[in-house]
Write a protein that binds this ligand. Structure first.
Ligand code: ATP
Length: 300
């Protein structure tokens, strides 16, 4: 018997970052939007816990116990006093270390898939609790849609969205490490008074009403200067997308994937083609948001 779960990537339409706390973490106001780029996680019973992965970035995915999908299976099994003996296969379409929460998606996907495979019937609250233990972005991968994350980003409030937004994502060569980008944020802001992170009322209203132009004007990522400082070439990618007619461009999360909001699907296709032709990115993909969170798509 096998269970397959499909999980979306995310883009941060607002990422407001506070100063470093004494524990080294940063308080965030993090507005997540799930978008239609997906990983699929399939689990089946096996003699021991193993992980395989395929897809363009599969070579960069760890296949040992540090894989977030393996950690999710281990945590769920431990809570129920059972052995995590499953084979996990990840069909990976979300870029690795791209700032689109691909590892988090696999963690949430494996959790939901194992819960179904083992017939545990965990409540949503129990699953969300394990997600928060796995990482700040994992609860959102389970929930999908749109949500405001506060604290380290793991306290979620779901947000209503009044329309569909059309995006293009440009993938860069190589990844950027999230902790390194936060370190660069701290370096760039040393000695400065960093304001408390708060969600922008205008941005929340743009999501609620499905107003693309208003959302384009409100997109903000406080990590963008740090990502650009570490990877200056992303500036040319952002310029190529806006030059091709995107309404707005920003670095996705900690980067190096860049995100472009467009007025409609046709415009998105044009911006994707122009980005590819510009030679400033490795790949360009069109995707819509909001997308549904992790869900079982097949049982074999
Ligand atoms: P975020 O947007 O949440 O900051 P990201 O999209 O930048 O994350 P991920 O793709 O989640 O980055 O991967 C970050 C690192 O996590 C990888 O370099 C890899 O070493 C590790 N990792 C662990 N499990 C996975 C997984 N299932 N898929 C991808 N990377 C994983």
């Amino acid at each position: 018997m096998s269970v397959t779960v499909r999980v979306p990537a995310k883009v941060n339409v607002q990422l407001a970052v506070g100063g470093a706390r004494p524990d080294g973490y940063h308080d965030l106001a993090n507005v997540f939007l799930a978008v239609g780029l997906y990983d699929e996680v399939t689990v089946e019973r096996a003699d021991s816990l193993t992980v395989t992965c395929d897809g363009p970035d599969a070579g960069q995915v760890p296949l040992d116990r540090t894989n977030l999908a393996a950690r999710a299976a281990g945590l769920l099994a431990a809570r129920h006093g059972i052995a995590p003996d499953v084979h996990i296969h990840i069909a990976k379409d979300i870029p690795v270390a791209g700032g689109m929460a691909g590892g988090s998606a696999d963690g949430a996907g494996a959790l939901l898939a194992c819960d179904a495979l083992w017939g545990l019937g965990s409540s949503r609250a129990e699953l969300l609790d394990i997600c928060a233990e796995l990482g700040s972005d994992v609860p959102f991968s389970l929930v999908g849609g749109a949500a405001l994350g506060t604290g380290r980003g793991e306290h979620l409030t779901e947000l209503a969205v009044g329309g569909t937004f059309h995006w293009v994502f440009a993938m860069a060569d190589g990844g950027l490490s999230t902790p390194v980008v936060f370190g660069e944020f701290d370096r760039l802001n040393e000695g400065a008074a960093v304001p408390e992170p708060v969600a922008s009322p205008g941005l929340l209203e743009a999501l609620r009403t499905g107003d693309t132009a208003a959302l384009a004007g409100a997109l903000v990522n406080d990590l963008q200067p740090a990502a650009l400082s570490l990877r200056p070439s992303l500036g040319a990618t952002l310029d190529a997308g806006t030059g091709a007619g995107a309404l707005a461009a920003l670095v996705s999360g900690s980067g190096p994937t860049t995100a472009f909001l467009t007025k409609d699907e046709e415009s998105a296709r044009g911006v994707a083609a122009a980005l590819l032709a510009s030679g400033t990115c490795r790949a360009a993909r069109v995707a819509q948001g909001p997308a549904a969170g992790a869900r079982v798509v097949s049982r074999g």
